[in-house]
Design a protein around this ligand. Structure first.
Ligand SMILES: *Cc1c(COP(=O)(O)O)cnc(C)c1O
Length: 450
């Protein structure tokens, strides 16, 4: 970065935890009261503290409390809240061109994002991209394109998957409540198969893949499937890392049967796991890669990137949308790519894992309710089950997340049974803040008597 702008938005929020009121504090309580009157009850918040400023790994609420943020807006502010270069790139773009609509009169930032995605997604072949607004929209477009390319309709997904809240993606989710309950009828031709879940199924990757494939061949038929959509590391499902060889076997089966293999990397992509895309850890070369969450430092942007011949199956005018690939979001994304590349941020995900994983393993040794520590890079989780009965302990997970918030640590839950605590810190978090957050969680576990 050579030139700088005088932006009032570059907020230097101290990188330290500070709790100065009850949580939520009085100002948050007041805004929450107004919210109850005017915001749909269908929009639920994990923690009703209203955020005024954020930077790096810390969010500060309207009452002046500062939280260590282990959620990063669900893995969105991956390189840190209000990253200076992202803020500057977006601010500059905002003043130059805010919107023209790429499908009316295009602009370069969109093309640059497509070049960067072609370069950083796995696979050494010609790739093309369409940019859209949200993860769910990327999933929708990936399926659309796969259907057009194959001339088939079937969509295969896995147990514990999460793909979004639009009509098609609701049908693709594993969990009905709360995402789908009462919102049907849902899109058809979606076929769900068992996944690989080493803690629960004890299967090898080859065994789990054989089970998935047999299920899909029986219930859907390979010849009718347009695509298989998988999250290399499942997000909402609880950071489930499949057994070795599982995903590669699925990809091989897809290739042999003309099924488009789509990696939903919306949560696992963009440096989160220590690689540009988690597919790399599994030796996968997906036909299409979906990105969103971390791609633009907090601005809404998502993309479908993949084999040129598949992406070009869509007819001109068949893809797009008013805001898709917005110039400000695209400029922010270019800055995110540059920061990751130039400042070696993939190594920061590895650093976080090197600090956090042993700390979580130490917690597990002291608290038998923790059945497993799993994940990759800055995408780690612990699953809590009763050590005797094996029953999921969502109650403990909920209590720990709540107690941590009271002490100034934001930690998210996950898992189809709600019994997983997931850690998605920004890559900007220091070792010290990570250690402090784990201490808070340890105290909460002890207080829960487990
Ligand atoms: C968040 C998420 C989505 C949906 O993205 P939105 O931007 O919320 O629509 C889809 N897939 C995965 C894996 C996700 O984590």
């Amino acid at each position: 970065m050579t030139d700088t702008l005088d932006t009032p938005t570059l907020s230097a929020v101290p990188q330290a935890r500070r709790v100065v009121t009850a949580i939520p504090g009085p100002k948050s309580v007041e805004i929450e009261r107004r919210r109850q009157a005017v915001v749909s009850g269908g929009v639920a918040s994990v923690l009703p503290v209203y955020i005024a400023r954020s930077h790096g790994a810390i969010v500060e609420d309207v009452d002046g409390n500062r939280f260590i943020d282990l959620g990063a807006g669900i893995g969105v502010t991956t390189i840190g809240h209000t990253d200076d270069e992202v803020v500057q790139a977006a601010t500059r773009q905002l003043g130059d061109v805010t919107h023209t609509l790429f499908t009316v009169t295009p602009y370069e930032a969109y093309v640059r994002v497509a070049e960067l995605l072609a370069e950083k997604t796995p696979g050494d072949f010609a790739k093309k991209t369409v940019l859209v607004n949200s993860g769910a929209e990327a999933v929708e477009n990936g399926v659309k394109i796969a259907r057009k390319f194959t001339g088939r309709s079937g969509v295969a997904v896995l147990d514990h998957a999460y793909h979004g809240r639009t009509n098609l993606t609701m049908a693709m989710n594993y969990k009905a409540a709360p995402y789908g309950t009462g919102f049907g009828p849902f899109a058809g031709s979606v076929h769900r198969a068992p996944n690989s879940y080493p803690l629960r199924d004890g299967l090898t990757g080859a065994q789990a893949a054989a089970r998935t494939i047999a299920h899909l061949e029986k219930t859907a038929g390979a010849a009718d499937l347009a695509c298989l959509v998988v999250e290399p590391v499942q997000g909402e499902g609880g950071f489930v890392v499949p057994a070795e060889g599982y995903l590669a076997a699925l990809q091989e089966w897809c290739a042999a049967n003309g099924i488009v293999f789509i990696a939903d990397e919306i949560q696992s992509g963009m440096a989160r796991t220590g690689a540009w895309f988690a597919s790399e850890h599994f030796g996968l070369v997906p036909d299409l890669v979906l990105s969103a969450k971390g791609i633009a430092g907090g601005l809404p942007l998502a993309g479908v990137t993949g084999r040129a011949e598949i992406m070009d199956a869509a007819q001109p005018g068949g893809l797009g949308g008013t805001f898709g690939g917005n110039p400000v979001a695209a400029a922010a994304a270019v800055a995110v790519f540059e920061r990751i590349e130039r400042d070696g941020l993939l190594a920061e995900a590895a650093r976080i894992e090197a600090v956090l994983r042993p700390a979580l393993e130490a917690l597990r040794a002291a608290h038998p309710v923790i059945a497993e520590v799993r994940g990759m890079g800055a995408m780690l989780a612990i699953e809590l089950v009763d050590p005797e009965s094996g029953e999921p302990r969502a109650d403990v997970v909920g209590a720990v997340a709540k107690a941590a918030a009271q002490e100034g640590v934001i930690v998210l839950t996950a898992g189809s049974s709600g019994n997983v605590l997931r850690f998605l810190p920004s890559l900007a978090i220091s070792d010290e803040l990570l250690g402090e957050a784990v201490e808070v969680i340890e105290r909460a576990l002890t207080a829960a008597g487990v």
